[in-house]
Design a protein around this ligand. Sequence first.
Ligand SMILES: [Zn+2]
Length: 309
Amino acid sequence: MRTIIASLLVIVSATSGHAQERVPILDMHLHAYPGAQVGGQGLPNPVTGRPASSASDVALLQTTLAEMEKHGIILGVASGAPSHVERWRLAAPDRILAAIKVDEVSPFPDIAELRASILKGQVSMIGEIQAQHLGLAPDDAALEPYFALAAELDVPVSIHSGIGAPNTPFECCPEFRASLGNPLLLEPLLILYPGLRVNLMHAGYPYLDQTIALMTVYPNVYADLGAINWVIPRAEFHRYLNALITAGLGKRLMFGSDQMYWPEVIEWAIEGVNSASFLSDDQKRDILYHNAARFLRLSEEEIARHYGK
Ligand SMILES: [Zn+2]
């Protein structure tokens, strides 16, 4: 049966015209959110302005899982508030890794509860830590317990970096500052907790030089491409991605969609990587799967299973 599935996964590449193995995809940047509405409609997609078609808790979860299945996303890290994250994990325990957000929306997660959930194997990562939206530098004392817990229990953390949506300080988060998205603000934490596995979410965009500096000096820092692979102009995303690749960081860039309320963006995000003509097939495979598999320390058995072997 496995062989049949594996052979079904051999597809003809639409771009190159030759047969190639379909790569399993690991999505490092999903969100397990409740369904949300404004004015009786789903939230508008920031690119198209069209309201989300899946505006209930159940519909958002089911349509996201369906998109993951359709596009070969074999595993995804979904972050949010504990109750929603657990709901998503229980709905698809083989496909969803749970991560707890620290953000401006919910009360900060209780450290004792978070520790217990990690020790029980229910929670796999801490983050997305949205220090920037809270008006905090990553090494602010208010966030320190989360990084300390991650270091103590050897679980990876993910932190928002770079920018936010237009008008974020006025329409979302009064304390938000673009300047707080500078990836180099993470450096004191990396000194305090050597070897801490950090996912720099949104790859520090548009702080290119600072991202290269941080990732070059600290090999334990990986970066996901969430949101920048579908929100910003495609040519601008490719310019940034190409610069990170040219800087020698191709083994630490990870696919992420940053799917929040609009499951259709998963396809756009994958296409953002696949349409990068400067990437070799091996580099695409690294970004779509292997770098994240290394970051998450997946076992050989798990990787073989993801490849349908
Ligand atoms: Zn983010």
